[in-house]
Ligand binder design. Structure first.
Ligand code: PLP
Length: 383
């Protein structure tokens, strides 16, 4: 079956008790047993819940993995993956990552003896050079946040596997509808399902997909032991969102491509970061590993931070908010919002400063969005 069909059907057979077409929200903490140890596969909702299982089976199928786990948030999912490491182990990670991922590696895992080397840019050779005898994990995010850099997943899988390390890919921006990291050699796929997977800005969640039962069992043990599960209602909302994933991603992409070309010609715009736009340094790789370039566009306004504030202030359809990947269009100022936890130096070095704004292009009518950005770029011109 193709992805759009699997998103609607896999893990989601009719309810055996009632025939309900939609997987029920099993809002229960525990499950009765016929005799001690004799039960229907569920004992207690931390260790397993049917609504969460339905979501996990569906996500594993969408990503072509053997197993998936649904977590309370994207960062809980990342914590699950990092729990595979032990003191003395080393991580090589991209530097243009979600700010919370950098904070987790630096402020939570570094003090526990798990060190990370951040590699600037997307060059596989630079990652290879940062690997040591203790490197057990390579962590990338592609497209990256907020500069939409593209990393070649196949090459990074080779780099990681040459040193017996695992490759984890944060696939939050692309989703399985646009990019399948396991098919490109990745060992672990991580999601903030809060974003496109849920797709409606109404739930916080995360997921990990693997293609190795043994590794999945280690994560399941850790998840049950630490309790970082997705609740039944959150799992249900995410499952409902997944049903339209392919439709939404196609529309996010066509809207974003149209807006990226439109703003690229505006006087007040210095640079447009969008993997589908001619001249994007990652464009050639993006074509080989992504079905379409996705719904995220970043813009550098030539008038610096003041211009960014005027741009944001003039928008009427785009709402100013953190997060991304919902049906509604959002704008954010990464330096003071999503990436505020980085030091000023670090933001400056990575170019997350000045006139940089990030757009999460929604699925509204593209003409309304274009008119809105026309207001924004016009306001940005006039101090
Ligand atoms: C939001 C996000 C996360 C963190 O997910 P939460 O659900 O907020 O915990 C991780 N990676 C990326 C790329 C994200 O956008």
């Amino acid at each position: 079956m193709k992805l759009a069909t699997r998103a609607i059907h896999v893990g989601q057979g009719a309810d055996p008790a009632t025939g309900a077409i939609i997987v029920p929200i099993y809002q229960t903490s525990t499950f009765t047993q016929d005799a001690v140890g004799v039960h229907k596969g569920f004992e207690y909702s931390r260790s397993g819940n049917p609504t969460r299982t339905a979501l996990e089976v569906c996500i594993a199928s969408l990503d072509g993995g053997s197993d998936a786990l649904a977590y309370a948030s994207g960062l809980a999912a990342e914590t699950g993956v990092l729990s595979l490491l032990r003191p003395g182990d080393h991580v090589v990670a991209g530097s243009d990552l979600y700010g919370g991922t950098v904070r987790l590696l630096r402020s939570v895992f570094e003090p526990l003896g798990i060190s990370t080397t951040f590699v600037d840019g997307t060059d596989p050779d630079a990652y290879a050079a940062a690997m040591t005898q203790r490197t057990r994990l390579v962590w990338i995010e592609t497209p990256s946040n907020p500069l939409l850099e593209i990393t070649d997943i196949r090459s990074l899988a080779d780099v990681a596997h040459a040193r017996q390390a695992l490759l984890a890919v944060d696939n939050t921006f692309a989703t399985p509808a646009l990019q399948l990291p396991i098919s490109l050699g990745a060992d672990i796929v991580v999601y903030s399902t809060t974003k496109y997977m849920g797709g409606h800005s109404d739930v916080v969640g995360g997921a990990v997909v693997l293609n190795d039962h043994e590794l999945a069992e280690q994560l399941r043990f850790h998840q049950n032991a630490t309790g970082s599960i997705a609740g039944p209602f959150d799992a249900w909302l995410t499952l409902r969102g997944l049903k339209t994933l392919e439709l939404r991603m196609a529309r996010h992409s066509t809207n974003a491509a149209a807006l990226a070309s439109f703003v690229a010609s505006a006087h007040s715009v210095d640079t447009v970061y969008y993997p589908g736009l001619a001249g994007h340094p990652g464009g050639a790789v993006a074509v080989t590993q992504m079905r379409s370039p996705g719904g995220m566009v970043s813009i550098r306004l030539s008038g610096g931070e003041a211009a960014a504030h005027r741009f944001i202030g003039a928008l009427q359809v785009f709402s100013l908010a953190e997060s991304l990947g919902g049906v509604e269009s959002l704008v954010c100022y990464p330096a003071r919002m999503t990436h505020a936890s980085l030091s000023a130096d670090e933001r400056e070095r990575r170019g997350i400063s000045g006139g940089l704004v990030r757009l999460s292009v929604g699925i509204e009518d593209v003409e309304d969005l274009m008119e809105d950005l026309a207001r924004g770029v016009e306001a940005a011109r006039h101090a």
